[in-house]
Design a binder for this molecule. Structure first.
Ligand code: NAD
Length: 743
């Protein structure tokens, strides 16, 4: 399908690098194998080499086991081999060096690579912090120009951050080309770093860990350290010591060692002696099942540093800090900054040390403070980076670092539309927001949805509010949307997800009041809205990412086209609350699979959610040709383009006749239920029977039904299940606990 770009949406600078289709990953350890999987997930062909072909194959097998691939068959795109034979580099567009973190070993390999360098080939290293320019010192001018650091974080599929580190001799075109490739094709968040030891995230992140480890040595407990260095400071629950366990104490010691060796402020990276003692005893963290913490049965225990024995974890009394955890980050850090009690002072001293270190060394790490903040958000999942924290605190402290005092007259590092440039020593405009909805016109709004129109006559129905649930007002807005003189419509969800589904609270309320007429009206309205989208006079396209469940999935199944983020979690999950898809979900599955519903039946009955968009496609939720993008930010733009492309000469959809299997199909479903009887509860069997009735078109011969006839069956079974106390108990349970009830 050829789609003309919408004005302003897709004007891209011309290509600066030849397209990357084939990759050679050198080193098949923890990172190399996973980077190979990431590239295969993006559709690239990969040669994965290690010291021997067996080691490479073992790395590939580990990546498969750790679910680094979206689908197991994607591993077929990765070809293991030995580093003895580098001829695959001759076919590659990009070489990723990911061997052991040892400068000499890396230099030796790059020397061998030199003879394979040709125009257009990019060579990158995944080093965690060794010098980029130093690595290619003495190599050909071509290799120096085409070489840079492209530093993935572990695990590369999940971690958003990629640090991009050009060396002094790297061609700026290569850096820019790789930025675009890593963002657009691999879907990562790129931060540009300067070529200094450990770059940004590891330097600051390990500084913070080392600082807290030394405070632990000064007389605090494991539990206390983690209680004050997690969410209280805007960091994940893994805080300090759980994170150390996750990284592994051997790796931590290695990265801290590099910092001590290469950075003048080596004392900042000194680790207390108990780290060495723990390593000697094999207490490395999660990889050895014990580190600062260990699981004893179902009890969590923490290490006592005095005795090196484990003791049951006791909750920490945080005193005044307790109430802080519910406050916005700014209030939390301001309170911590001035706290004087024992644990408050611990948190405050640590925060001051981290923010001071960031400010004192910022200019060595990046051209601007934004890169540093972004690296800490993406690389260590901090809620805010150090300079955002300085701003939240109001740049306090008489003895604040020079940089902070320099910025103080302007008030903040971030001003509206501007950010402080370390290079230039003043605030500079920030690059504009590329939000395609920024210049839209509002056509209608409710609490849970807004209807916008962008240039070119394309409407966007944006689901919003708590989990973007779909309620009666949303359905009314759908009807208003399809009545507009638009060229196309895109469905989109705010906040990283499409929609968690229909407003379950509303359904629970109707059930509790035994308002069956009200429930029937709601369900009919839902079905009508979905049919209005399906038969709209213009193409409707769903832009999908994150959770796309229940009614949300039904919205997207009904429309003309879909564009999905690769990490899509899509499912017709109604059975988990004792229901069946009642707003066209069953009908759409019948439209896709006809009488062959045996594969679909278990997926719907188990209420399964896809692990990614490729799996969703296997289940029929996405069409074979519909785009799956690793770059989540591009999903909306691509959907707008698809709608605009389809709008040309658009013929509205015609109602279909749907093949159903009748009694023979029902028998097959009942056999499945009988075969799985030992894992199914009595109510699962009842839901299964209702689902089978709809998917098979009830008893009778195999035949065709109209879409409306299948919708009527859906409604009948849905309403019947709503009357069941077991279904009501499931709905109440999930609303109260967020977890499904097995009854
Ligand atoms: P690893 O030890 O798991 O794998 C390294 C691989 O290199 C092994 O398979 C080994 O067989 C091979 N190798 C060893 N010596 C070699 C030599 N002399 N020549 C060629 N190959 C050799 O290491 P890893 O964790 O995958 O790290 C690889 C690179 O990625 C390192 O530069 C590391 O600093 C970096 N890195 C690691 C992480 C992480 O969390 N593990 C994160 C980001 C970056």
């Amino acid at each position: 399908m050829s789609m003309p770009p919408l004005s302003g949406l897709t004007e891209m600078p011309p290509q600066v690098l030849p397209p990357i289709r084939r990759v050679a990953v050198l080193g098949a350890g923890v990172m190399g194998a996973q980077i190979a999987a990431l590239a295969a997930n993006a559709g690239l062909e990969v040669d994965l080499l290690d010291l021997t072909a067996e080691l490479a194959a073992a790395g590939l097998a580990r990546a498969l086991q750790s679910r680094a691939f979206f689908l197991p068959q994607f591993a077929g795109r990765v070809h293991p081999g030995s580093l003895d034979d580098l001829s695959c580099v001759g076919r590659a567009d990009w070489v990723v060096e990911a061997i052991v973190e040892d400068l000499r070993a890396k230099q030796a390999l790059l020397a061998r690579l030199d003879e394979w360098v040709r125009p257009g080939l990019v060579v990158s290293t995944n080093t965690s912090g060794l010098g980029i320019a130093q690595m290619v010192a003495g190599r050909s001018a071509a290799l120096v120009r085409q070489f840079l650091g492209v530093h993935f974080f572990n695990p590369p599929r999940q971690m958003k951050l990629v640090e991009l580190i050009p060396g002094a001799g790297t061609d700026p075109q290569v850096t820019e080309g790789m930025r675009r490739f890593v963002e657009e094709v691999l879907g990562k968040g790129v931060v540009r770093c300067l070529d200094t030891p450990n770059f940004i995230a590891n330097r600051l992140g390990i500084f913070a860990l080392a600082d807290m480890l030394r405070r632990l040595e000064a007389g605090f407990t494991v539990a206390e350290i983690d209680a004050v260095s997690g969410p209280l400071l805007g960091r994940p629950r893994s805080a300090t010591l759980r994170l150390c366990d996750l990284i592994g104490l051997d790796t931590l010691a290695h990265v801290a060692g590099t910092a001590r060796q290469l950075l003048p402020e080596s004392e900042a990276f000194v680790l207390p002696s108990f780290i060495e003692q723990m390593r000697e005893r094999g207490l490395l963290g999660e990889k050895s099942r014990s580190g600062f913490y260990r699981k004893e049965g179902d009890r969590l225990q923490a290490l006592n540093l005095q005795t090196l024995n484990y003791e049951d974890l006791e909750p920490v009394a945080l005193g005044d800090l307790e109430t802080l955890s519910r406050l916005p980050l700014g209030e939390r850090v301001r309170a911590v900054w001035s706290a004087t009690d024992r644990l408050g002072a611990l948190a405050g001293d640590h925060l001051r040390a981290v923010l001071a270190y960031a400010a004192e060394h910022a200019a060595e790490m990046a051209p601007g403070v934004e890169a540093i903040d972004q690296a800490m958000r993406w690389g260590f999942n901090w809620e805010a980076g150090p300079f955002e924290l300085w701003d939240l605190l109001g740049l306090p402290g008489e003895a604040a670092p020079a940089l902070v005092r320099e910025v103080r007259p302007a008030g903040r590092f971030y001003l509206p539309g501007k950010v402080y440039s370390l290079d230039e020593g003043r605030h500079l405009p920030r690059p504009g927001d590329s939000d395609p909805l920024a210049a839209s016109r509002e056509l209608g709004q409710t609490a849970n949805a807004v209807l916008l129109e962008i240039e070119g006559g394309i409407g966007v129905l944006v689901l919003q509010g708590k989990l973007n649930v779909i309620n009666t007002q949303t359905l009314e807005l759908v009807h208003r949307a399809v009545a507009q003189p638009l060229r196309g419509l895109v469905l989109w969800g705010r906040g990283g997800l499409f929609s968690a589904g229909a407003d379950l609270k509303h359904i629970a309320g109707l059930c509790a009041n035994r308002d069956w007429a009200g429930l029937a009206t709601f369900l009919r309205a839902f079905q009508e809205a979905i049919m209005a989208l399906r038969f709209a006079p213009f193409p409707v396209v769903a832009a999908l990412r994150g959770l796309t469940l229940g009614g949300g999935a039904e919205f997207s199944l009904a429309v003309r086209g879909r564009v999905a983020a690769a990490e899509l979690r899509m499912g017709l999950v109604e059975a988990r609350v004792g229901l069946i898809p009642g707003a066209g979900g069953c009908k759409e599955m019948v439209r896709r699979f006809g009488a062959c519903i045996d594969e679909v039946f278990p997926i719907l009955l188990e209420g399964r959610t896809s692990e990614n968009a490729h799996q969703a496609r296997q289940w029929g939720f996405l069409g074979g040709e519909e785009p799956v993008l690793l770059n989540e930010e591009a999903v909306l733009t691509r959907a707008l383009e698809m709608a605009a492309g389809l709008a040309q000469g658009y013929q509205p959809c015609q109602p279909a006749r749907l093949e159903v299997a009748g009694s023979a199909g029902l028998e097959g479903c009942r056999r499945w239920l009988a075969d799985h009887g030992n894992t199914l509860s009595p109510h699962d069997l009842e839901v299964g029977e209702a689902l089978a009735q709809v998917l098979c078109g009830g008893d009778g011969p195999a035949r065709t039904l109209s879409e409306q006839e299948v919708l009527d069956l859906e409604r009948e079974q849905f309403l019947r299940l709503c009357g069941s106390p077991a279904t009501q108990a499931r709905i109440d349970h999930i609303l109260k606990t967020g977890k499904p009830l097995k009854n």
